[in-house]
Write a protein that binds this ligand. Structure first.
Ligand SMILES: [Zn+2]
Length: 406
């Protein structure tokens, strides 16, 4: 069966810049929207330009002082406000940039409008790819997120639905949402993320289960780097089936952070766009009202590919893998110009024309010393643990195909 799908996109949302070196690039939203349009998907859903969230709407979760600060501070007057930076967690990860408050109002407004639309039965599925900023806290910014549109949307849904299920497939723990609803059983949060004790934001262990009435209504699935399609999708479906049977959600909010994809600049999973999309397809198959949001995602062309593919899934529309040439940003998607670029390992294997035929040689006497040497070499190139700070690491140049600049 097909669903009534509504899509929320504000035309200005792609025009904000966190800063040249910053990995969060709102331009990815312009790329995504353009690709969605190039595939003609807008003809199969209702497209809305949502209103900006008002100050009062943002204050339904955030502290008045914090919102007032965000509204007033600009790059020009930032010195005057510098004294407040530590308490609101303003730093290189969460910098003051031109139009910061507008940006917050736009992406949060879209999630609130989408929640409202879903609750008033305007659609079965609502999409806001600019939302999903799951780290923001009541009183402070965190991990590139200034206001928490997810919490605001869920607060709205709680007026209409008895039980909200929040699912988070971003590579980072959905800490801001978990924290906001830690003590209630009316929202169950389930987060799949990388966890090693130091990876940002550092939380998301299985021991975090909620408290008071909310005890057992926070669920965390910590994962290691390198997890592949099969393991991820199998685990996801297994866990989510159990959650659905026990919790019986009346509405689902799905955060689709694309930094869990292979080759992301900050992430280290090895998941393909198809596997990421399979999680979305699975949740859609439940036929429960669904709010779909974006999130992280730092390899810009892959973010656009992923969210376009997932828009197709939500619309029951198969998309040809060859990207439509009419998309404005066609050159960003080289060298394959495909919706499903190969993951690293497969890409390397393409260089192998066939099994090489070589002459057998005698093995050197001391193999162990060679292996030790290799270990040493690997240590030198740095297979080091990641630090909690999310940016300025992995900021390497990608080679000729690196077009994710604006
Ligand atoms: Zn993330």
């Amino acid at each position: 069966m097909s669903f009534r799908v509504s899509y929320f996109h504000h035309k200005d949302v792609g025009n904000f810049h966190f800063g040249l070196q910053h990995p969060m690039k709102p331009h990815r939203l312009a790329l995504t929207n353009n690709l969605v349009l190039s595939y003609g998907l807008h003809k199969k859903m209702t497209v809305y330009c949502p209103p900006k969230a008002t100050d009062d709407e943002l204050m339904e979760f955030h502290e008045v002082d914090y919102i007032k600060f965000l509204k007033k501070v600009t790059p020009e007057n930032s010195e005057e406000f510098a004294i407040d930076f530590p308490r609101f967690n303003i730093n290189a990860d969460c910098p003051i940039f031109e139009g910061l408050y507008d940006f917050c109002q736009i992406y949060a407004g879209a999630s609130i409008a989408a929640a409202h639309h879903l609750a008033s039965d305007g659609a079965d599925i609502c999409i806001n790819w600019s939302g999903g900023l799951h780290h923001a806290k009541r009183y402070e910014a965190s991990g590139f997120c200034f206001v928490n549109d997810i919490v605001l949307a869920i607060q709205h849904l709680l007026r209409f639905y008895p039980r909200v299920l929040y699912i988070d497939i971003d590579i980072h723990h959905g800490d801001g949402v978990q924290e906001a609803f830690f003590a209630t059983d009316r929202v169950m949060t389930v987060s799949f993320h990388k966890y090693d004790g130091s990876f940002f934001p550092g939380t998301g262990n299985t021991s975090e289960i909620g408290c008071g009435l909310g005890k057992f209504f926070s669920l965390n699935v910590p994962l290691k780097d390198g997890i592949d399609d099969n393991s991820y999708v199998t685990l996801f479906k297994d866990v989510m089936l159990d959650v659905r049977d026990h919790y019986q959600p009346s509405v689902v909010v799905l955060q689709c952070g694309a930094d869990s994809l292979g080759k992301d600049r900050l992430g280290g999973f090895n998941i393909s766009i198809k596997a990421h999309g399979e999680c979305v397809r699975f949740i859609k198959s439940w036929q429960v009202p669904l709010l779909v949001l974006g999130g992280g995602g730092y390899r810009i062309p892959n973010v656009a590919r992923c969210w376009t593919y997932e828009t197709g899934i939500l619309l029951d529309t198969e998309l040809q893998s060859e990207l439509p040439q009419k998309t404005h940003y066609y050159n960003f998607f080289g060298p394959d110009f495909s919706l499903h670029p190969p993951l690293e390992v497969h890409e390397l294997l393409r260089f192998l024309d066939g099994a090489p035929s070589v002459q057998m040689q005698e093995l050197p006497g001391n193999l162990q010393s060679i292996f030790n040497g290799i270990d040493e070499e690997f240590r030198d190139v740095g297979f080091r643990g990641r630090k909690p700070l999310m940016w300025n690491e992995n900021e390497y140049f990608d080679g000729d195909s690196d077009n994710d600049k604006w």
